[in-house]
Design a protein around this ligand. Sequence first.
Ligand code: ZN
Length: 373
Amino acid sequence: MNKAYKYRIYPNKEQEEIIKKTFGCVRFVYNQMLANRKEIYEKYEDDKQALMEQKYLTPANYKNEYPWLKDVDSLALANAQLNLNTAYRNFFRDKSVGFPKFKSKHRDKKSYTTNNQKGSIRLVDNSHIRLPKLKDIRIKLHRQLPQDAIIKSATISQTASGKYYISILMEFDIETDPVTPTKDTILGIDYSSKELYVDSEGNKGNYPKYYRKAEARLKKEQRKLSKRKKGSKNREKQRQKVAKLHEKVANQRKEFLHKLSRQITNAYEAIVIEDLNMRGMAQGLKLAKSTNDNGFGMLKTFLEYKLKEQGKQLVVIDKWYPSSKLCRFCGTVNSQLTLADRVWTCSCGAVIDRDINAAINIKNEGCMILGVA
Ligand SMILES: [Zn+2]
């Protein structure tokens, strides 16, 4: 099992130059390889067999023409190729995700990944980490790296406000025994655009108020930014301010979701959740803001790996399952139900609270899948 640990790093001037150069080379080689694939794809689009037989260029193919690529960590370039492979495969599996896009210096996240080869990535002491090409870089270890795991790879990134981080991927070889859940230790979770979620016990996943406050302030500062004159010093200053605030809000949200998912994971033996296509939802309904805001997708990801660490399961049920429209008492499906109906009365006489009913139905469906009576 793998788990990532993220820390702030403080490169000196020289190291910063190398990191920036690596970001640039990774982006360059990714775009070159993508252009190559695009050309081949356009040529053989209609001939699947021929398309499958084509060979694509690799980072090594570009090193003669662009010798400066040899100066940077070659594993970073190799990982750019792996990332492109993934994006390309995703496109073939589901064309609606679109052909992979070229990376832009300004739009895309600045990052690169390198692998540990026989200790090429390692902590040298409590405040320095050794990295290929960079030697020892200052790190703030706000928590210790686990002792019972080995470093697989590291991703170095820079945020929009200019801070550097390292995400260290650790590999554990412990296998946890699977937990067999009982009915009262299974929790159903229903997505809610307003509350984040409602669970089968009637709890809601509201964000704390002070996070909301920071979000409101971010909106205000963003409006200010849009009014600043393009290219002006004031605009750049405001951009920095917005970027910092944005990072703060994103970190708070993440921290909240980490704590929440930890609590849920510790309290239950299995979690049942609907397979919601968040992107589809954001586009289809006018919930885009709150959908993106409340990070339901992130909560799902956190729950999934935290449960797995404890040998527990996240059960994902079909998105077509009528969790809201189904009366949990008699099994009637109310096809007339609209999004605006918060409470409804079933033909069997039951008065039904939409959210809790949905969460309980989700739980029951999960129990059936798990074979728990
Ligand atoms: Zn009913």
